[in-house]
Design a protein around this ligand. Structure first.
Ligand code: PMP
Length: 323
């Protein structure tokens, strides 16, 4: 049997220990985050003058785009001295940030406590249990706001016990995308991206990536989307008109905003699996629907849509057999 494995030996940040000629890294899991593939959609959409490219964030080690901000918020907490070994990382999440915190925290020896709406997918809850997270489920009718309010209560009682990154208000959230997602997209398209499409949850992806892209070329159009109703199935996204608006959100950043229905997103998830070989999550299906709407209104361009996670966390959903 051929067991192949690899340790980077050329990183200046490699840890102090060594193993033979290999240096062992201090931060091996966090180092796997980012540099995700960008691939062309070829069958669902085909045009001579317009290209739709998908940024496949399921390639992150925790399986979603949220590895990027979680790692950056933990790093910022360590650097500021707020996060110390005896503190527990506490936050509210729709699941993916929690999985990312849990993964990074386990690799660094921190404990994690999370509040999550009870209707988050079963797979997310199981993964979090797998990582050994202290999980509190909040009222599904209150959505992500219920989990947010609960975490604030827990934190206010014992602030000394916790490191509370508060992903909705933490600058290190959007800066992770300013420092990584944006530059990767610009580089992977050789600067030829004309439109950027992503959904709004904490809004970190939109804020950070758009700010970077617009600094490179102010003509790049940044298009956000949200679910079309308060009760939706686009996990990870927020219906901003009816929910608490994240502190990091600046409505001047997106050039345009779209609304996408859960049913359209579900249908598209199934099509992406069967026609493109891309097994992606529901907000990725919604991103593809949004990208197609953008494509309909332009004559030429290169549209980049973020596919935030993979389909495996949604296997228990019924829509797979409906279409
Ligand atoms: N899609 C999924 C699957 C997510 O988990 C999230 C994060 N909540 C988003 C989209 C939205 O990303 P952001 O928080 O950066 O707005």
């Amino acid at each position: 049997m051929n067991y192949s494995w690899r340790i980077d030996t050329d990183q200046a940040s490699a840890g102090p220990r060594s193993f033979g000629k290999f240096k062992l890294e201090t931060d091996p899991v966090a180092r796997l985050i980012g540099n995700t593939p960008l691939i062309e959609i070829r069958r669902i959409f085909h045009s001579e003058h317009i290209q739709i490219l998908a940024k496949l964030e399921s390639f992150n080690p925790g399986g979603s785009i949220k590895d990027r901000p979680a790692a950056n918020m933990i790093r910022a907490g360590e650097e500021s001295g707020e996060l110390t070994a005896e503190k527990t990382i506490l936050d509210s999440t729709s699941g993916n940030t929690g999985i990312a915190y849990a993964m990074i925290a386990a690799s660094k020896g921190y404990r994690v406590r999370l509040a999550l709406p009870a209707n988050a997918s079963m797979e997310r809850k199981r993964i979090l249990q797998g990582y050994g997270v202290d999980l509190e489920l909040t009222d599904p009718l209150e959505g992500s706001d219920g989990a947010y309010v609960r975490v604030q209560e827990i934190y206010e009682k014992h602030p000394e016990k916790y490191f509370y990154p508060n992903q909705y208000a933490n600058e290190a959230n959007w800066k992770a995308h300013y420092q990584t997602t944006g530059p990767e997209i610009y580089r992977q398209t050789n600067g030829a991206v004309t439109h950027f499409v992503t959904g709004l949850g904490t809004t970190g992806t939109m804020m950070g990536t758009s700010r970077y892209l617009k600094e490179q070329n102010p003509a790049i159009q940044c298009i956000s989307f949200v679910p079309d109703s308060p009760f939706h199935g686009l996990e990870g996204l927020k219906h901003l008109p009816s929910t608490i608006v994240p502190d990091i959100y600046d409505e001047r950043v997106p050039d345009e905003g779209l609304e996408i229905s859960t049913e359209e997103a579900h249908r598209m998830v199934v099509r992406l699996a069967r026609e493109e070989g891309l097994f992606v999550g529901i907000s990725a299906g919604a991103a593809m629907v949004a990208a197609l709407q953008v494509a309909r209104n332009i004559d030429s361009g290169r549209i980049v849509a973020v596919f935030c996670d993979g389909g495996d966390k949604y296997l228990s959903e019924e829509f797979w057999s409906l279409y």
